[in-house]
Design a protein around this ligand. Structure first.
Ligand code: ATR
Length: 269
């Protein structure tokens, strides 16, 4: 049995063990997948110890994605762009390869739900690691434009600058936001505090989608606000399952069917 895990701190709340157990059962892969709380001051040591015990790969969550990035021997192009790694793979040569599947997960979730990305006017709220991690796959889907808006405008401007070779992308503060947008993605952690970024009315085009990377038993404040203004609300649970499916594919070469697993998680929220 090949061993995998998710590293985090804390990690007890992680849904990844349940997701990967479901994928394994569905695909007939014999794997063991556990949650490991790595010490805050020695993530690299935790990964080495896991490998020494037969670990073949891992997911990485808060707060270790940047540290995981630094310990990799080789990186996927999208991980290099993101500056973060959520998927570690032990190569046959003993080297550690790093990938990030969050952005693909977001794009697959949106596409699977019929959200057209090509030609779309996209607004992304936030300019932290969560947003940086999804920009390459998002831009690869060829939206008409991407605007990044952030509380700290300079961070959004710098982030847009880092990705300008990949498409039409600009950054600024919330006050500079102009509608309408076909897709608005909330990648801030404001929802955690129950906060809503200051956004103008008239933000959404007809038929627009609002996506929040967060999820919970109840819709986030952002999704409630968006739904009241006619946008279709989508929470981050689908993205969670899709990024997991892409990690599973990287490790096992099989693509699980995500729909029943998403349904299972939704029921359990
Ligand atoms: P993550 O890795 O989750 O992206 P982060 O790098 O700390 O975490 O980024 C958090 C993001 O949420 C940032 O864009 C932050 O805005 P600032 O760059 O101005 O700090 C945003 N954020 C956090 N709390 C917020 C709030 N209450 N209102 C608006 N934006 C908030």
């Amino acid at each position: 049995t090949d061993r995998y895990c998710v590293f985090g701190h804390p990690v007890g709340h992680s849904k990844s063990p349940a997701i990967h157990a479901a994928f394994a059962e569905q695909t007939g892969e014999r794997i063991e997948y556990t949650a490991i709380e790595a010490p805050l001051d020695d993530f690299a040591g935790a990964w080495r110890a896991f490998v020494a015990e037969g670990g073949r790969g891992a997911n990485v969550t808060v707060p270790f994605k940047e540290e995981a990035f630094r310990l990799c021997d080789t990186l996927s192009g999208r991980a290099r762009r993101a500056g973060a790694v959520n998927t570690l793979i032990l190569g046959g040569n003993g080297l550690t390869y790093g990938d990030t599947t969050d952005g693909v997960g977001l794009v697959r979730d949106l596409q699977g739900k019929g959200v057209a990305l090509a030609g779309a006017r996209v607004l992304v709220l936030g300019a932290g690691g969560a947003v940086r991690g999804v920009l390459e796959p998002l831009l690869a889907a060829q939206p008409a434009s991407v605007r990044i808006a952030n509380r700290t405008a300079a961070r959004a401007e710098a982030l847009a600058e880092d990705f300008r070779d990949l498409g039409t992308i600009r950054g600024g503060g919330f006050e500079a936001v102009e509608g309408p947008y076909d897709l608005v993605i909330n990648g801030t952690s404001a929802s955690l505090a129950g906060d809503l970024p200051p956004l103008p009315d008239g933000l959404f085009a007809a038929g627009a989608t609002a996506h929040d990377m967060m999820y919970g038993a109840e819709p986030t404040v952002f999704l409630r606000w968006a739904a009241e203004r006619g946008a279709r609300p989508l929470d981050g649970l689908g993205m969670l399952v899709e990024q997991a499916a892409e990690s599973f594919f990287q490790w096992r070469g099989k693509r699980p069917d995500t729909a029943p697993v998403l349904e299972m998680l939704r029921q359990a929220l």
